[in-house]
Design a protein around this ligand. Structure first.
Ligand SMILES: C[S@@+](CC[C@H](N)C(=O)[O-])C[C@H]1O[C@@H](n2cnc3c(N)ncnc32)[C@H](O)[C@@H]1O
Length: 214
């Protein structure tokens, strides 16, 4: 499986695939009063750990068993109680209705066909409490254009959804796509954000959307 292989390599080489506090810091005002947060596509658990250190109850899920094992290890070192689970979100979110008051999805919702993406948004809606909050970051169209130009794309599976050189399929979002997916939600805030690496180099432009379940 592409993600497990990728994390196997990353973990072996000691790399932490992490944007630092950049993604979580900007959503902090929306987490006020949150009790139980789901970190959807949590990877090595960096955001889950940051939130747990702040005192939130956190559950983190990811499709990669390697990433989840690493996340458990990191949390264990700090004696943080985070429930990390191996889960493929495209097959549904294995939680009861209204289990969370916040779902955080940092760079993890842009890997699916439109049908699967719609299904995952429905699942997020189902597991959130009334007035629960979804905080997401997804790749913008500009990222897709760059990937097209640098030869990363193997084939177009659907409009703006591509199979890429690393075996991962990625979707590139326009604001209209997000508005469509969130048509039954209350959109609280939308921003286009530039993600930089640790050297300050621009890596990509993403959409940040905060929406509440209406
Ligand atoms: C770019 S990483 C983002 C990781 C982390 N949220 C962050 O911001 O650093 C995307 C993550 O989504 C996870 N992912 C991809 N497809 C998934 C699926 N079907 N179900 C659960 N997680 C998935 C990957 O394993 C990976 O950890």
């Amino acid at each position: 499986m592409a993600w497990d292989k990728l994390y196997g390599r990353i973990i072996k080489s000691g790399i932490a695939m992490d944007w630092g506090a950049f993604l979580t810091e900007s959503v902090m005002p929306y987490l006020e009063g949150a009790k139980h947060i789901l970190d959807l596509g949590c990877g090595q658990g960096h955001d889950s750990i940051r939130l747990s250190r702040m005192g939130f109850q956190v559950t983190g899920v990811d499709i990669s068993e390697n990433a989840i094992e690493e996340a458990r290890g990191r949390a264990g070192t700090e004696k943080l109680k985070i429930d990390f689970k191996n889960m493929d979100m495209s097959h549904g979110l294995g939680f009861a209705d209204s289990s969370f008051d916040v779902v955080l999805a940092n760079l993890s919702l842009h890997y699916f066909s439109l049908e699967r993406t719609q299904f995952i948004f429905q699942e997020i809606d189902r597991i959130l409490e009334h007035k629960g909050i979804l905080c997401l970051h997804v790749n913008s169209r500009e990222v897709g254009e760059k990937r097209r130009a640098n030869g990363s794309i193997v084939s177009e599976l659907e409009p703006e959804f591509f199979l890429e050189w690393d075996g991962v399929s990625r979707r590139y979002f326009d604001y209209n796509d997000l508005e469509f997916l969130l048509q039954n939600w209350e959109i609280e805030n939308v921003e286009k954000r530039i993600l930089q690496d640790e050297k300050g180099q621009v890596r990509k432009t993403c959409w940040q959307v905060i929406a509440s379940k209406s």
